[in-house]
Design a protein around this ligand. Structure first.
Ligand SMILES: Cc1ncc(COP(=O)(O)O)c(C=O)c1O
Length: 361
């Protein structure tokens, strides 16, 4: 956030900034969703809805699991939330009370740790390293509940079906699958393909590109529905009505096929960025299979990636995220590059980095 703030200041003062720090897809929301939203404004009274979402959307999401993963879930297990974040917060509240202590990967998505802290819950971070592909394995398990993120932010790592299966035999999994759909090699299996003793957290912000529409969902076992409803009634009342009705169109083929074409765009960007970063001298111990990030080792250039990120921003106008944002485990060695920017900007950003880091200009 501090990098983003400084990047904005530099831009306001007239500097050109290349944004490799943002975690928000730049591509536009499909027209068909926007058109549907415009119709909804005219035809639907935008009052509160059921606190866990409108029935037709729950049904569409349940059907999507059948189509995309051959998983049979009941629409009653689907809880629609205002973005996946409040969904995750509510899940952590309920599972920590009913199942036990929670752990999460370090480096990993910072909100896990922060949410657990807000909830005043004791939790355990699990260091993950390049040697294990930044993934948690059986011998790392220390608690009853484990948050997994696959594809992962910040590493793009994906857990295989076998890995999910083994972990799910030992621990209750809260699987953050928000980057599902954005997969470049292999496949990202859902945890629900291997067990029904788990929670899936997902939403419309990444593959569906709808960050500002604040819409997500969780799939929970039946025994969690009542408690989840109680939490969400109190913290959110209901998910946004306009977004829910508009999102009904997301699962139609016209929309899905446009979104799938975007994956090709992200893949080209990933390949371009990977090649360019390697040429400059960044080590990429684990190449991303999904999401839109590259977690790069900067030890060739610095042992303090936090200062490095600011120096790079000041000298080149390229904004990147220091590893420290994602935890404490050797994160001074890493920075995260995101490829939520077009190929022209990626080339320009790489060029600036090359000149600064290799030629000293
Ligand atoms: C791993 C991960 N989970 C969840 C979220 C939150 O997404 P939402 O917009 O659905 O709240 C993000 C956003 O960057 C993320 O990277």
């Amino acid at each position: 956030m501090k990098v983003l703030e400084r990047a904005k200041e530099l831009e306001a003062s007239g500097r050109s900034v290349i944004h490799f720090e943002v975690g928000e897809p730049d591509l536009p929301v499909p027209e068909v969703i926007k058109r549907r939203a415009a119709e909804v404004v005219k035809t639907v009274e935008l009052k509160y809805t059921e606190s866990t979402g409108i029935r037709p959307l729950k049904e569409k999401i349940a059907e999507y699991y059948e189509k995309a993963y051959s998983i049979n879930i009941s629409p009653d297990q689907v809880i629609v939330t205002p973005g996946s974040s409040p969904g995750l917060l509510s899940v952590l509240k309920v599972v920590s009370e009913k199942v036990g202590k929670v752990s999460y990967a370090d480096p990993g998505y910072p909100c896990y740790k922060n949410m657990l802290r807000f909830l005043n819950l004791e939790s355990v971070s699990i260091p993950v390293n390049p040697e294990s592909g930044f993934k948690i394995s059986l011998r790392d398990l220390k608690t009853e509940v484990l948050i997994l993120n696959s594809p992962s932010n910040p590493t793009g790592a994906i857990y295989s079906k076998r890995e999910l299966e083994k972990l799910s035999e030992k621990v209750f999994l809260v699987s953050d699958e928000i980057y599902h759909g954005l997969v470049y090699s292999g496949k990202a299996p859902s945890v629900l393909e291997v067990t029904d003793r788990a929670v899936v957290v997902n939403g419309f912000s990444k593959f569906f590109l709808m960050t500002g529409w604040r819409l997500g969902w969780v799939v929970v076992p039946e025994w969690m529905v009542e408690d989840m409803t109680a939490v969400l009634q109190n913290i959110a009342i209901s998910p946004p009505t306009l977004s829910q009705y508009a999102a009904l169109v997301c699962f139609e083929e016209e929309c899905l096929s446009e979104l799938r074409r975007n994956v090709e765009i992200f893949k080209r960007r990933r390949d371009l960025m990977l090649q360019g970063l390697k040429e400059i001298g960044f080590r990429i111990p684990v190449e991303p299979e999904g999401a839109f990030y590259i977690f790069a080792d900067v030890s060739e250039f610095t042992n303090d990636s936090y200062s490095f990120a600011f120096e790079v921003l000041e000298k080149t106008g390229v904004a990147i995220t220091p590893g420290r944002d994602f935890g404490y485990n050797e994160t001074d060695r890493f920075v995260r590059f995101s490829f939520c920017t077009d190929e022209k900007d990626i080339e320009e950003g790489l060029e600036r980095l090359y000149r600064f880091l290799r030629e000293g200009i």
